[in-house]
Design a protein around this ligand. Structure first.
Ligand SMILES: *[C@@H]1O[C@H](CO)[C@@H](O)[C@H](O)[C@H]1NC(C)=O
Ligand SMILES: *[C@@H]1O[C@H](CO)[C@@H](O)[C@H](O)[C@H]1NC(C)=O
Ligand SMILES: *[C@@H]1O[C@H](CO)[C@@H](O)[C@H](O)[C@H]1NC(C)=O
Length: 641
């Protein structure tokens, strides 16, 4: 009992049936549970759509309001005014066709068994079409241009009386009040549309209006035909729909229907109408033709972007590693670590710019140790292997007078050398700082630095497993640690630039003022070249002057010559750095100046070896005047003054 009541309630509610007195009108917002007279393919779907035809080919379908209606005033014999509106949709899995079409009909009988499908829309057959005995009034929504019926196109609305050849027809469109113009519509586009058919008995006028589903009813009808239906109609008659299926998969639906005799049909409640099935070609194609490509392209773009980022990152941190380097693995740094350590080689971290590249301060990300990273750009492929081998082996040598090389990293056209960080920077800054007259290094400190550098060179030349020529001894390559101890740095780099250089075009490696004269002839580097530079370095430290002062007068421009000239006059101490004042050990000072001259002798064989130099500096052997006699063989020009 309860179940029955519930079903009844459900039926009443969902069908929205509004039966009125004398069957004068009805409104169906969907056909769920509605009693319709159906034939052929026509059926009511589970969700309340009135499906006139489905994909079954070349069939027809009819749906009628089950009761006959009195269209005629029996006393006057004229047809009453009536009004009807319905929402329909026609579509196919193939977007191009929607036909043949469907029609709203008023007919004396609901038996259309002899009518033909296809272009005949299930209304007539070849024999009975056009006969006045049919008493059929129809509004066709025709999707096929059929020459037989003089159709204007394959997408039109027509008023048919007893025949499929329309009395009046027009391309499917509607008057948009908003845009104030006629807008074309496609009947079989799969979109729901609304039709209004209104007959005025007094004016004898039949109006047909079409509009998109959710548009308001246009003020101007699509078709307006002056016609008296009285001679055509009989009494009573059926109202309903007729439709024909296509050779292709086509579905025709009515979503809602309202009818009123002698009055205006109640407007449909569009929001209550059943939903169209999703299999519509347009809906499908929208997902396939827009959705999937858009998603695909988006994914592709995202992928490309990510790959781009990865590649950019890879490139940014790319290194060059070759098989032969495997032995040096422990000495190798990751470029990424060095990049992070130096904050991306920021200018703020720049310690200095030398002849071979820029030096940056950095803090290694893992160990948090302070380092100096030297970025050397070079193009020489030749000898690279030997060079790296040498660099790494030097890294292995641990001498307290040498700036420790911690490791290296190789990139395309670039070599990065990682050294211990020397907080006090290079010696030249202390010697030649013009900004202050204040003495920054006293003689004791200077003498200690000199002895450290001498010990370092001795180590490189004689005490290590092979002879290493520094090639670029100068005050700017002597670095000072926290306690102002001097350490020699930057060895071997000059060699890098030497590799692969054509002897004929030899460009000098090293620094002008420290270059031994024989280098200009042979271009060959041997330890005595370092001794020459060391001599210049000694004078530099003692005199507080650069080996070459281009601005100075001719006889004073070259430091060695200048010191010789004073030595020849027996007044060598006048060359001492004025910043020191009288605050130095005279013996040590004389030793350093004279040793500087001896080391810088233009004849290589006259120069002492580093072991001998160290002996002089340590006071183990006195620098005899006899030795100094050799000096007189030097540049005589300077002895004139
Ligand atoms: C079409 O409708 C008829 C009648 O309702 C039904 O028997 C048939 O299975 C339907 N065909 C398709 C393809 O849906
Ligand atoms: C055409 O339809 C009429 C009326 O329904 C019927 O009498 C006639 O036999 C049909 N003709 C053909 C050829 O089917
Ligand atoms: C509307 O349709 C008609 C007939 O099919 C055509 O001649 C006209 O160009 C169309 N107008 C627009 C704006 O597409």
């Amino acid at each position: 009992m309860i179940l029955k009541l519930a079903v009844l309630f459900l039926l009443l509610r969902r069908s929205s049936v509004a039966l009125q007195e004398d069957d004068l009108g009805f409104t169906y917002n969907g056909f769920q549970g509605v009693n319709m007279s159906l034939d052929g393919l026509a059926q009511i779907t589970n969700n309340g759509l009135l499906e006139l035809v489905n994909a079954t080919k070349q069939q027809k379908g009819h749906a009628f309001y089950p009761h006959m209606l009195h269209f005629m005033n029996s006393s006057t014999g004229s047809v009453y005014s009536f009004s009807t509106t319905f929402v329909f949709a026609m579509f196919s899995k193939l977007t191009a066709v929607g036909g043949p079409g469907m029609a709203f009909i008023i007919a004396p009988s609901r038996d259309f068994t002899d009518a033909l499908p296809g272009s005949y829309l299930g209304l007539f057959n070849a024999t009975n079409r056009g006969k006045s005995s049919n008493h059929v009034i129809a509004v066709e929504l025709d999707c096929i241009k059929n020459m037989e019926f003089d159709d204007i196109n394959g997408n039109h609305v027509g008023i048919d009386i007893n025949d499929l050849k329309s009395i009046e027809s027009t391309p499917a469109s509607y008057f948009s009040d908003q845009e104030n113009r006629q807008v074309n519509l496609t009947l079989f586009g799969g979109h729901a549309m609304q039709v209004w058919v209104e007959y005025s008995g007094s004016q004898r006028q039949l109006n047909v209006t079409l509009a998109p589903f959710d548009a308001p009813k246009p003020t101007i009808p699509l078709l307006s035909l002056n016609i008296d239906l009285s001679p055509i109609a009989v009494d009573p008659m059926f109202v309903g729909f007729s439709s024909a299926s296509h050779a292709f998969d086509v579905n025709h639906y009515v979503l809602g229907w309202s009818f009123k005799m002698n009055g205006k049909a109640k407007e449909l409640t569009l929001s209550q109408l059943p939903k169209l099935p999703r299999l519509g070609p347009k809906r499908k194609s929208r997902i396939y033709s827009i959705g999937i490509p858009v998603i695909g392209v988006t994914l592709l773009l995202v992928l490309v972007f990510i790959i781009h980022l990865i590649m950019k990152r890879e490139k940014k941190f790319a290194e060059v590693v070759e098989d032969w380097e495997l032995d040096y693995r422990p000495h190798r740094f990751k470029y990424k670590d060095l990049y992070i350590a130096t904050k991306g080689f920021k200018d703020a971290e720049l310690l200095g710019t030398g002849g071979f590249g820029k030096v940056y301060r950095g803090v290694l990300p893992t160990s948090k140790t302070e380092v100096a990273v030297k970025r050397v750009s070079y193009n020489s492929r030749q000898g690279e292997r030997e060079f790296v081998a040498e660099i790494v082996s030097i890294g292995k040598l641990r001498n307290r007078n040498i700036v420790p090389l911690l490791g290296y990293c190789r990139r395309k056209g670039e070599l990065l050398l990682v050294y211990d960080f020397m907080p006090n920077g290079s010696l030249d800054k202390f010697l030649f700082d013009q900004t202050t007259t204040e003495m920054k290094l006293n003689w004791n400190q200077r003498f200690r630095i000199i002895r450290s550098v001498a010990a370092a060179l001795l180590y490189l030349h004689e005490e290590w497993e092979k002879v290493v020529v520094h090639r670029d001894v100068k005050s700017s390559n002597v670095l000072l640690d926290k306690e102002l101890n001097g350490k020699l740095g930057d060895f071997g780099l000059a060699r890098l630039y030497d590799h692969g250089t054509d002897p004929q075009t030899t460009h000098m490696v090293g620094t002008l003022g420290y270059l031994a004269p024989e280098l200009f002839k042979t271009g060959k580097a041997n330890p005595s070249v370092d001794v020459f530079a060391f001599g210049a370095f000694l004078l530099e430290v003692a005199c507080g002057r650069k080996p070459i002062e281009p601005q100075a007068s001719e006889e004073c421009a070259v430091l060695v010559d200048w010191v010789i000239s004073y030595w020849a006059k027996g007044r060598i101490l006048l060359t001492v750095d004025p910043k020191l004042g009288m605050d130095y050990d005279v013996q040590e000072m004389e030793l350093v100046l004279k040793l500087g001259l001896l080391c810088s002798h233009s004849i290589p064989t006259v120069r002492p070896h580093m072991r001998q130099v160290v002996r002089y500096l340590e006071g183990e052997v006195p620098l005899s005047e006899l030795t100094l006699v050799f000096l007189s063989a030097m540049n005589n020009l300077c002895l004139v003054s």
